[in-house]
Design a protein around this ligand. Structure first.
Ligand SMILES: [Ca+2]
Ligand SMILES: [Ca+2]
Ligand SMILES: [Ca+2]
Ligand SMILES: [Ca+2]
Length: 410
């Protein structure tokens, strides 16, 4: 099986680690805080709720059930995947990118798991990550694309009818590997964050492009981070209503936290050692203590693993809980797969050509991964309710195809 994880650029062999499962911010698909519910958790008996946490009898959560509902073929080296409603019919569409076709391709959701090829936009120089948000505040979601070789981030404005048109091109450091969109300075306008491996430059920076409204952005300001940033999430980890950044330091084996400060600035990074090769990052309140936690995929063949870091609420995190998944895990995101209101994880595995679904128990621990084959190097996945039945489905980018899995959990 081919393993397209390496790209020769110049004389440097680059391990590529990217691909976003979605941007953060108002349209985030990898940040879910399910803790804010006021409804009692009916999955647990009342006696259980009254017990101290460590005395509670663990309730085994029900597994999720997914079946293949659609296979979109004809892709070449599909690397990114995003679910976002682009056509105005309230049904989430799919956006993929191809490093061979060098484009971003929209697949319009026609209902009943029928997807039709829609708009295509040329995005040269190895597009490898997508994010979404309404950057020009016209009510229609837009798409940001990171192009690895060009060191650039292209903003594609959505018109609400399924079309995407390139507007700004944002040049940051070098070799962007992930892109996130969120309001980092709290001015009500979405900003773009470039997460850049910076190969050959001793790259230790993130590039922040502040949104100025109308889809325009300021020139990059740089934030120092762990060596070789590969992925990040924008989320409020210390619950002060200011957005923060948690980024992975792929080359240095670290993760870094930038806390949002008064006046729209970001504080100095707090960098913590992780095990080798952290890649992409997602956030949710996995133990439901009111503070966001993060999960990261880690480079590694067999067994691959995900690290879950429970937030302490002050911007720091407990030591990793390591969860085995498929081989060479890459894209990661949060959804409620088994409909119990507790956040679960999906992980795209490159080498094992499958997706792992980790059912959260709601206390920060997880059931053993359910593996679903997708028959192709899986770099990215994206969750959305494609058929509108209230159950969140999952689309997986698998090299030459996109496999759409229907959630049939009873
Ligand atoms: Ca914060
Ligand atoms: Ca938490
Ligand atoms: Ca769940
Ligand atoms: Ca559904």
């Amino acid at each position: 099986m081919s393993k397209p994880t390496d790209l020769l650029v110049g004389l440097v062999l680059l391990p590529l680690v990217d691909c976003s499962s979605g941007g953060a911010g108002p349209h985030s698909s990898n940040t879910v805080d399910l803790s804010q519910t006021l409804v009692p958790d009916l999955a647990q008996p009342m006696d259980d709720l009254a017990l101290p946490h460590d005395l509670a009898v663990p309730i085994k959560p029900k597994p999720a059930v997914f079946t293949r509902a659609a296979t979109i073929t004809g892709l070449k080296s599909a690397r990114c995947l995003l679910s976002v409603e682009l056509t105005g019919d309230k049904q989430p569409d799919l956006v993929a990118c191809s490093t061979v076709d060098q484009n971003v391709q929209v697949y319009r959701n026609g209902g009943k798991f029928m997807f039709a090829k829609g708009a295509s936009v040329s995005t040269p120089d190895y597009p490898i990550s997508l994010a979404t948000g309404d950057v020009n505040q016209d009510g229609f979601p837009d798409v940001g694309v990171a192009s690895f070789i060009g060191g650039k981030h292209t903003i594609l404005l959505g018109d609400g009818r399924g079309n995407l048109s390139a507007t700004a091109t944002l040049i940051g450091n070098s070799y962007p590997n992930d892109i996130q969109i969120g309001d980092l300075d709290g001015d009500g306008t979405l900003d773009v964050l470039g997460i850049e491996l910076g190969m050959g430059n001793g790259g230790k920076v993130l590039s922040l492009f502040k949104g100025m409204g109308g889809g325009r952005f300021a020139a990059a300001t740089t934030l120092s981070a762990g060596t070789g940033p590969a992925g990040a999430v924008i989320a409020d980890v210390n619950r002060d209503s200011r957005m923060d950044i948690v980024s992975s330091g792929y080359q240095g084996g670290t993760y870094s936290v930038h806390l949002g400060m008064m006046g729209g600035t970001l504080g100095a990074p707090q960098t913590t050692a992780a095990v080798r090769g952290p890649r992409l990052v997602a956030a949710a309140d996995f133990d439901r203590d009111g503070y966001l936690d993060v999960a990261m995929t880690f480079e590694g063949p067999t067994p691959g693993h995900v690290g879950v870091y429970l937030g302490k609420g002050d911007g720091s995190f407990a030591a990793a809980i390591e969860l085995p998944v498929g081989s060479d895990p890459y894209g990661i995101g949060v959804f409620d797969a088994n409909l119990d209101g507790k956040p679960d994880l999906y992980v795209a595995n490159i080498n094992s050509s499958d997706v792992s679904i980790l059912i959260g128990r709601g206390d920060g621990s997880f059931e053993a991964a359910q593996q679903i084959m997708v028959d192709g190097n899986a770099y990215a996945a994206s969750a959305a309710d494609f058929d509108g039945d209230g159950k969140i489905d999952l689309a997986v980018s698998a090299s030459t195809q996109i496999v759409v899995l229907r959630n049939e959990t009873p």
